[in-house]
Ligand binder design. Structure first.
Ligand SMILES: Cc1cc2nc3c(=O)[nH]c(=O)nc-3n(C[C@H](O)[C@H](O)[C@H](O)COP(=O)(O)O)c2cc1C
Length: 239
């Protein structure tokens, strides 16, 4: 079926599994007419649709294709492979989460990456009592994606990302979604952590989950800024 070539997916090499080393999640793939392997699982299609790469009509056609072909022999399961390193990523507007993230990275010997906003947050931006402040506006419209100035090099060397942020209005700031949407995180283990005045993680995962399709996102944890190395290590080692 020539039509099959239109099905959206990611080319992979059967012998040299994409993209790294250590096993992650299983994905469906099939061969197109050129003999190339195309990842074509539900998560891929959902992600492409959510990111606007395919329209509603293409989306419906691809889901129908998967429904029809999923159990057929031309689909096989492969494993996404990733490197086995751990990364601690964080966003911090006033330094609390930075401190916690450094202790965490230190305690588990992980690499550390700070998410730098293209436009730094000023004190006025962070005024939650002002309905018109930048943070109020961003947190009132969850489709806003504050721009990020930097990125993680070679993210596929990692299989686990601890992602830290301050709790804003009971959840993660939307810049966390900007960060997650920069990468293909399928098969990645993602563990949120946070600092806050007193709030816990709330509905954080419900809000950031769609930005990391195909990743395994664990329920995260809020810590005091001065959490000890020992406490953080004991927590982090379960993932
Ligand atoms: C816009 C904004 C909203 C906040 N919302 C909450 C909240 O809902 N619950 C809470 O306990 N703390 C809230 N805080 C406090 C921060 O979560 C807390 O100060 C955090 O440790 C700041 O981390 P940072 O220094 O890494 O930016 C809010 C702070 C700001 C600036």
């Amino acid at each position: 079926m020539a039509e099959d070539n239109k099905v959206h997916g990611i080319n992979v090499d059967e012998n040299d599994s994409w993209p790294g080393k250590v096993v992650g999640t299983n994905y469906l793939y099939r061969k197109n007419d050129n003999g190339e392997l195309i990842l074509n699982d539900r998560d891929t299609v959902e992600m492409c649709h959510a990111m606007g790469e395919i329209d509603d009509e293409e989306y419906a056609a691809e889901i129908a294709y998967i429904d029809e072909h999923e159990e057929q022999p031309d689909y096989k399961r492969i494993q996404i492979k990733r490197g086995g390193k751990k990364l601690v990523v964080f966003f911090s507007a006033t330094g609390n989460t930075r401190k916690l993230a450094k202790t965490l990275a230190d305690s588990i010997d992980a690499d550390l990456h700070e998410i730098i906003p293209e436009k730094p947050y000023t004190t006025e931006d962070l005024n939650w009592q002002d309905r018109n402040s930048r943070s109020s506006i961003e947190m009132n419209d969850k489709t806003i994606r504050p721009a990020v100035a930097n990125s993680v090099e070679n993210i596929d060397q990692y299989d686990t990302i601890f992602i830290g942020f301050p709790i804003w209005w009971y959840v993660a700031p939307t810049i966390i979604c900007t960060f997650l949407e920069q990468y293909d995180l399928r098969g990645m283990t993602i563990v949120p952590f946070a600092t806050s005045g007193s709030s816990q993680m709330g509905h954080t995962n419900k809000e950031i989950g769609p930005s990391a399709r195909g990743a395994n996102i664990y329920e995260g944890k809020r810590f005091p800024v001065n959490a000890s190395k020992e406490e953080l290590k004991a927590w982090a080692e379960q993932f």
